[in-house]
Each structure stands twice: as C-alpha cells, then as structure tokens.
Design a protein around this ligand. Structure first.
Ligand SMILES: Cc1cc2nc3c(=O)[nH]c(=O)nc-3n(C[C@H](O)[C@H](O)[C@H](O)COP(=O)(O)OP(=O)(O)OC[C@H]3O[C@@H](n4cnc5c(N)ncnc54)[C@H](O)[C@@H]3O)c2cc1C
Length: 383
C-alpha cells in the first residue's frame, strides 16, 4: 500500500480544500436544540451536493464524482481537517445508497439515490428490536403480503434519526417457517404514515438521537423490496459492512482530532512533562496511528473485493475502545469541567459510552474478527 498521493489525488485534495475554505458552513447554532442542529447539517449537505461534494465516491451517474478509494479517503480527511460536519444524511449516504447500488433495481436507484445525496429525503436504519440486537436474525417484526403490498407490524428500537427520516431501511420477517436467517426481507418503508409512530429515547448526554418505532399495519408497496423476498439477511449484511467500514474511516479522523485537542489541553496545564500523562497520550497516539493504517487497509480491501470485508469490524472495535480511553483521559486532564453538563468534554465522555454498542457491540465484533479474519474455530456451547 503506497500512501503517497499522485498529482491527480493532490489536485483533488487542493480543489476540495479550496472549496471548503471559500464555502464554510454557517456557524453551528447554539439555540434551538437538536432540531436546529439537524437543519444546519442538512443545509450544509445541500451545499455540498450542489457543488458535487456530498459523496464523491458515488458514481457520477448517481450524483457523485466517481472518486477512487484514495480520493474518497482524502475527502474524509479533508472534511475532518477542516472540522466541518459530515453530511446530515449519514446513514443514507454511507449505508443506504451503497446498499441500493449493490441490491437495488434500476427503478429504485433512479428513484432514491438522488434525494439521499441532496438531503431532501433522510434515511434511518430499522434493524434492532427489543429482543434482537446482536442476534439480529431473531427479529420479530413481520411483513405479510396482501395484493401488491406488504403489511408490516412490529417494534424497532434505537433507530437513530427516525424523527427526521422519510425512509427506513427495514428488515422484517416474511417467512415464519424458514430458518431464521432465511425468512427475512429488506424493505424501504415510508416513515410518513400514521401506522408508524416514532417515540424519542433520551440518552445519557441529554439528547434524543435515537427512537423507538411502533409499527402497526404499515404499508409497503412490493416495489420497495430490496434484493428479493427472503434475501433480507444478505442485503442487511451489505448495510452492516458499509456501516463498519465507511463510518470507521470517518471516525478515525475525528479520533485523531480529539487526541490533538487532549494533547493541547494537557500542554496548557503543563501535564506533558508528567510521565503518567505523557505515557497515556503516547499509547493513544500509537493506537490512533494503527487505526488510521487499518482504515486505509480497509479501503484497499474494497478495491480488491468490491465490498468492505470483515476487517471493518476490527477498525470499529479498536476505534470505540480508544475513543472511550481518550475521553476518559480528557476528563482526567480537564478536571471538574469535564463533569459539568453542557461542557464539550462532558458530552464527549458521555457520548463515548455508546461507542462500544452502536454498529455492533465489541464482544460481537471480537467474534467476527476471531472467526472471519483470523479463521479461528467457532465457539461451541458447553455440553
Ligand atoms: C448510539 C446508538 C445508536 C444506534 N442506532 C441504531 C440504528 O440507527 N438502527 C438500529 O437498528 N440499531 C441502532 N442501535 C442499536 C445497536 O445496533 C444495538 O444496540 C446493538 O446491536 C446491540 O444490541 P442490543 O442492544 O440488543 O444488545 P444485546 O444484543 O442484547 O447484547 C447485550 C450484551 O450481550 C453481549 N452479547 C450478545 N451476543 C453475544 C455473543 N454472541 N457473544 C458475546 N457477547 C454477546 C453484547 O456484547 C452485549 O454486551 C444503536 C445503538 C446505539 C448505542
């Protein structure tokens, strides 16, 4: 893997850097809560879209730039370096769009991809249920065919951004008699119907980023099945692999910035001379670098195999643990301020708790790495 940029890649980076410098986002709103922040990020995505920067990795026919993987990595690095937000429709751009590109029909690609990029239609991910998180295949939400429609009833939970979403990537059981992975189907469900109730769940940070979804005989046209009836497990895996690989790359850049901020906070307090802190910061630096190189390796894998591989799980696992260590160290360095509501470090410290759960828990990711990356035997239940 050669990380030196070619003249074309350097030109790509310079063009993006210049565009961001000339078109910075509006300042982040301080009033108006989460809704105002969402509007602000949505407006930013619209501007990225108009300039062709919402998702450079997408093919040009769908509104991207057909950027290479290296250019795509440069994109995330530059967005991170400039400290501007990611597109508001993160789940649509990083998960939903790429899943449709693999499994969607031409009509579905034509209908859904462009409004994802322009942030006209926000997407959410309706996978987890009260009794199906890690073991997603045991989900109970059921869909029954009636004429040209599917009637869906069930409950989803932890659905991030559902309150702003037009479309939900929904996995439901369509065959109760089939083996549990085989009886699932992947749908695009219109959230704007009375049969879908969205109830916010408040987190430790005070914000309600995710929700419960109560679905009572919602209707989904047959044309909104993605990848074929009974094939939902395979389609969902595409979404999950994109989640771990795509987000992993963006997040490792944010991790580096947080580490730089912590180093600056330690320097301000004269703590870099303290062996205890210097040691902890050096350890985090080494971790950040390994995660960065693993994320780059993940991109090479996509180049080689066409889709992200299970190694994305390794990046997600290491990132979440490192971010928790880092925000804990920040709290030790900053002191009481980090425990004060509304302070930046207190938010970072509390939000990091969910990192080892969201997008696959650390325990489950370790199983994936053990079995599918290292090729170790599956753990058998004790007799
Ligand atoms: C901030 C945040 C945002 C989220 N957003 C979404 C979203 O938008 N859409 C969505 O569908 N979901 C979302 N989730 C849900 C997330 O995917 C689940 O929480 C996660 O998959 C774990 O499922 P669970 O909570 O049911 O825990 P469980 O699966 O019940 O796990 C409980 C514990 O058992 C452990 N465990 C379970 N199985 C195994 C095993 N085989 N081996 C070893 N240990 C095991 C787990 O590691 C965990 O510690 C979000 C979660 C968070 C925290």
């Amino acid at each position: 893997m050669d990380l030196t940029f070619s003249p074309k890649e350097t030109a790509f980076r310079d063009e993006l850097r210049a565009w961001i410098a000339e078109n910075p986002p509006e300042p982040e709103p301080v009033d108006g809560g989460e809704d105002a922040k969402h509007r602000w990020r949505r407006d930013w995505q619209r501007r990225l879209y108009e300039a062709g920067w919402a998702a450079p990795a997408w093919p040009t026919e769908y509104g991207g730039r057909g950027a290479t993987l290296t250019e795509s990595a440069i994109y995330f690095e530059e967005i991170g370096r400039a400290r501007v937000p990611l597109p508001a429709n993160t789940l649509g751009v990083l998960l939903g769009g790429p899943t449709l590109m693999v499994w969607g029909t031409d009509e579905q690609k034509e209908r859904y991809l462009s409004p994802i990029l322009s942030a006209e239609e926000i997407w959410c991910q309706g996978f987890s249920e009260p009794e199906a998180g890690s073991d997603l295949a045991s989900l109970k939400t059921r869909a029954v065919k009636q004429g040209e429609e599917w009637i869906v009833t069930g409950q989803k939970v932890w659905t991030s951004g559902a309150q702003y979403s037009k479309w939900c990537m929904l996995v439901a059981r369509t065959d109760a008699d089939a083996a549990k992975h085989k009886g699932l189907t992947y749908f695009l469900m219109d959230m704007e119907q009375d049969a879908v109730q969205v109830r916010p769940l408040r987190q430790i940070t005070g914000e309600a980023e995710f929700n419960e979804l109560f679905i009572e005989e919602a209707r989904i046209p047959d044309a909104n099945v993605v990848g074929g009836v009974g094939n939902g497990w395979n389609v969902a895996l595409t979404t999950l692999m994109n989640e771990r690989a795509g987000l992993g790359f963006a997040l490792q850049i944010r991790l580096r910035q947080t580490l730089d901020d912590v180093i600056a906070a330690a320097a301000e307090r004269g703590l870099l001379e303290n062996a205890l802190y210097a040691d902890a910061l050096a350890d985090l630096h080494v971790r950040c670098e390994s995660i960065r190189l693993l994320a780059w390796k993940g991109l090479s894998d996509v180049e080689r195999y066409g889709q992200p591989g299970p190694e994305g799980s390794l990046v997600k696992w290491l990132w979440s643990e490192t971010n928790q260590r880092l925000t804990q160290l920040a709290a030790d360095i900053v002191g009481a301020d980090a425990l004060t509501t509304g302070e930046e470090w207190s938010y970072e410290l509390l939000r990091a708790r969910g990192n080892t759960i969201e997008g696959g828990t650390t325990e489950v990711l370790k199983n994936i790495v053990a079995e599918r990356v290292l090729g170790l035997p599956r753990l058998k239940a004790a007799a």
